[in-house]
Structure formats: structure tokens, C-alpha cells
Ligand binder design. Structure first.
Ligand SMILES: Cc1cc2nc3c(=O)[nH]c(=O)nc-3n(C[C@H](O)[C@H](O)[C@H](O)COP(=O)(O)OP(=O)(O)OC[C@H]3O[C@@H](n4cnc5c(N)ncnc54)[C@H](O)[C@@H]3O)c2cc1C
Length: 398
């Protein structure tokens, strides 16, 4: 149901709202504006209505006048089976920088059961304080108890900024928490910085299919929430001499209140860990088919690396999605990225542009990938890749 309310008595049927609606949610019927379910309550129409016939309901929380009450930078520490995900430390590393710029404290939120060593690790990675919620209901990730615990903490302690890793769990959790708190959330950010003038968090992310970078602010609601993908920010170095405060907090739900139960975990077959790979050899449409990944795999094996791919190869069904690098695939930060038969579309570059050394192999000397590459080889990948494999095999005695 659309949130926009239209006063039919006041509406003069001028159509100004219809023209500005970015979602095509408004149209004139019998010279009166009507709204459909496409309405996202963005509010673009409110400003142009000359007779103030349009209204959105008041948001229940985080009113502008209360913003000063929100202080400090928070991050969520994701863990699975007692192991913290490295993305959590990346968030703490960036959180530390933002907290220092804002001259405020950095708090990590750790939810789980019997995971206290991770709380200490969070301090080594930059947290000043850790909220540690230890409860059997939090032993495995479930949206309801996790979101509930974080929402309770936010309501009580009021952070200004809250960062979560854009993992599967982080995306799920961030959306639930932001919705419950009625605040803004910018997903999949590639840059976060504090605006010098306004002190607002500038959240940069690709928009319009990756063709532009949009910088988004959340001026009227708190906390300012962002998710960031794995490998976008550098991993900080743990400092075991750091001291901090660990605050034990009680869980806010009991098992009887939670709607879901985890029955078992099934590990996905052929899972690849592209995010942590130091060397990635990727194939694109240029490999020509499933078998074309043979030489790519051989080179990756000899180098001890992982196999990546472009979306074109995934969409063609030549390789599973888990290998896809790019805006809608994985973000990677290897020491060496070898792109074979990949043109270098912006959406692909968005996922691998921070690789330390990029080697591109492409038969088209004008391919955009060469503008990013440290080393470019123009030619047929089916000649070049096996030749490289043979040379590396010799040099590495494999
Ligand atoms: C919203 C959105 C999200 C997207 N997300 C992603 C994403 O996450 N990741 C991604 O990769 N793409 C993504 N894309 C798709 C992206 O725009 C490109 O279509 C895609 O990256 C192209 O893949 P490619 O480079 O393999 O294919 P192509 O662009 O077709 O390039 C193939 C290249 O192979 C070269 N070639 C052909 N044969 C040979 C040979 N024998 N030897 C050497 N070179 C050869 C050609 O010269 C060409 O440069 C997304 C697009 C959209 C709209």
C-alpha cells in the first residue's frame, strides 16, 4: 500500500507531482492525482505541489531535534561458529578512522554464545568498547534475535554511525535494524568519510548500474548506517597491547519469542574463497565456453591462486556464480589479478580495481581493461595463457 496521502479536495489536477515522480507512481485520473504501489515515499512530489495536497506520514523516530544525542561510531562483529569474519576487522579499521576524525569512541557489537575471545580481538583491532551479548539464542545467526539485540542497544546508547559488513548475514541484519529504527541505510558502500563542514557521513557507492558513483548522506535520522563489502577497506593490524572495555549485555529475546529454528548447515559444494585469494586468474566471455576455463584453471593451479570470472561467463552458465567478480559478484583485493578475455566493464572493475597488480590478456588492443592494467598482453588467450602456465611451471618447479 502506498504511504503517500492525497487530499482529493485540495488537488487541482495540475500534474506537477506526476512529472517529478521518479518511480511513475503518480497519475491523473479524472483530474485528480492518484498514487499506486510503486510509491517509495521518497517525497519528491511534496515540494512541487502548489496547494500542499500531498502528505507523507510522520516518521516515528530519530527526529531532527534529537540528533545531538547520537554519539560514537559502532560496528557489528560478525562471527560464525566462534570465528570472527575478517570483514568485521575491516569494518573496525574503517570505523577507527571515522571515530578518530569525529574525535569519538569506537564500539564493537558482538553477538553469539561463548565467543568471549572475539571480544578481546575486537579491542586489538581498534574498538574502545565491546558490547558483548552472550546467549544460547544467539549461537547461530537468525535475523530476529540478532536484530532485536542491536535495536535495543542502539535505542539505549544512541550511536551516530553504525557500520556492518555486506556479507549475506550483514545485509540481512542491517536492513532489519535500519527498518526497525526508521533510519537510512546505504548498502554496498565503496567509500566512507566524514564531511568536514557538516560532520555527516559521506557514503559513496555505485549507482545506475555502476555508471556513476553516488555520495549519499543521512542528515535527518540516526544512526547513519552503511554496509560495506568484503575487501573494500584494508584489514587493520591487530595490536595486542590495546586496552578496552568489554560490557556484557543480556539478550533481549528468549527462545519462545523467536519464530525460526536452524535445523542444520549444508556447505555449498565447490565453494571458492575469492575474497581471501592472493592470486586470481579470471576468465570472461573471451574464453568462449565452459571448456575455455580449462587453461584458466591450470594457470591458477600452478600459481596457487583461485579462479574468477566475469558476469558474462556466469550468465552463460560456463562457471558458477561463486566465481563472479564485480559489482554484483565478489569484491576482491588480490596481490595479482590476471584478467583473460575480459573487456573491463565498469561493473567488473568495481570488484577488482584495488588489486595490487593487474595483468590483462585480450585480443582487442582497445579493450578498456588495458586502461586499468599494470601489464597488458594483446593476443589470443588460448596461446598466451598456456605459454604462461608452462613458464611458471618451470620457474616454480611444479
Ligand atoms: C547492474 C549490472 C551489474 C553487473 N555486475 C557485473 C559484475 O558483478 N561482474 C561483471 O563482470 N560484470 C557485471 N555486469 C556486466 C558487465 O556490464 C559486462 O557485461 C561484463 O563484465 C562483460 O563480461 P566480459 O568482459 O567477460 O565480456 P565482454 O564484454 O563480451 O568481453 C569479452 C572480451 O574478450 C575478448 N576476447 C574474446 N576472445 C578472446 C581471445 N580468444 N583471447 C583474448 N581475448 C578475447 C574480447 O576482445 C572482449 O574484450 C553487470 C552489469 C550490470 C548492468
Amino acid at each position: 500500500m502506498a504511504l503517500l496521502e492525497i487530499n482529493r479536495e485540495e488537488c487541482i489536477g495540475c500534474g506537477a507531482c506526476v512529472d517529478v515522480c521518479p518511480f511513475g507512481a503518480l497519475k491523473l485520473i479524472d483530474d485528480i492525482a492518484t498514487v499506486n504501489d510503486q510509491c517509495t515515499a521518497c517525497g519528491a512530489c511534496l515540494d512541487v505541489c502548489p496547494v500542499e495536497a500531498l502528505k507523507l506520514p510522520e516518521r516515528p523516530q530519530a527526529k531532527e531535534e534529537g540528533l545531538e544525542a547520537y554519539q560514537g561510531v559502532w560496528t557489528w562483529v560478525e562471527q560464525f561458529q566462534g570465528q570472527a569474519s575478517s570483514i568485521s576487522w575491516e569494518m573496525l579499521g574503517q570505523g577507527r578512522k571515522l571515530a578518530d576524525q569525529r574525535k569519538t569512541t569506537l564500539t564493537a557489537c558482538l553477538l553469539g554464545h561463548q565467543v568471549e575471545p572475539i571480544a578481546k580481538e575486537a579491542i586489538f583491532y581498534g574498538a574502545d568498547r565491546v558490547f558483548w551479548v552472550d546467549d544460547p539464542t544467539l549461537a547461530v545467526y537468525r535475523t530476529q534475535p540478532y536484530a532485536n539485540a542491536l535495536v535495543s542497544l542502539v535505542r539505549q546508547y544512541k550511536p551516530e554511525i553504525f557500520l556492518l559488513g555486506a556479507s549475506s548475514r550483514g545485509r540481512d541484519l542491517a536492513g532489519s535494524v535500519a527498518t526497525e529504527l526508521y533510519t537510512g541505510l546505504t548498502a554496498d558502500c565503496t567509500g566512507l568519510e566524514i564531511d568536514q563542514q557538516s560532520n555527516l557521513l559521506r557514503q559513496t557507492r555505485p549507482a545506475f548500474g555502476g555508471n556513476i558513483m553516488a555520495t549519499i548522506i543521512c542528515p535527518n535520522y540516526r544512526p547513519q548506517m552503511s554496509t560495506v563489502r568484503h575487501r573494500v577497506f584494508e584489514m587493520p593490524t591487530a595490536d595486542k597491547s590495546r586496552q578496552g572495555q568489554i560490557v556484557a549485555v543480556s539478550a533481549s529475546m528468549n527462545e519462545g519469542q523467536i519464530a525460526s529454528k536452524v535445523l542444520e548447515f549444508i556447505t555449498e559444494q565447490g565453494e571458492v574463497n575469492l575474497a581471501d585469494a592472493k592470486i586470481i586468474v579470471s576468465g570472461g566471455r573471451g574464453v568462449g565456453g565452459q571448456d575455455g576455463f580449462g587453461p584458466i584453471r591450470e594457470l591458477a593451479d600452478v600459481l596457487g591462486g583461485a579462479v574468477g570470472s566475469s558476469r558474462a561467463a556466469v550468465d552463460a552458465g560456463w562457471i558458477p556464480y561463486a566465481h563472479q567478480v564485480g559489482q554484483t559478484g565478489r569484491t576482491v583485493r588480490p596481490d595479482l589479478y590476471i584478467a583473460c578475455g575480459i573487456s573491463g566493464a565498469v561493473q567488473h572493475l568495481a570488484g577488482m580495481g584495488t588489486a595490487k597488480v593487474i595483468v590483462a590478456i585480450n585480443k582487442d588492443p582497445e579493450a578498456p581493461i588495458f586502461t586499468m592494467a599494470n601489464y597488458g598482453i594483446v593476443g589470443d588467450l588460448f596461446q598466451i595463457v598456456p605459454a604462461l602456465t608452462a613458464q611458471f611451471r618451470k620457474k616454480l618447479h611444479k
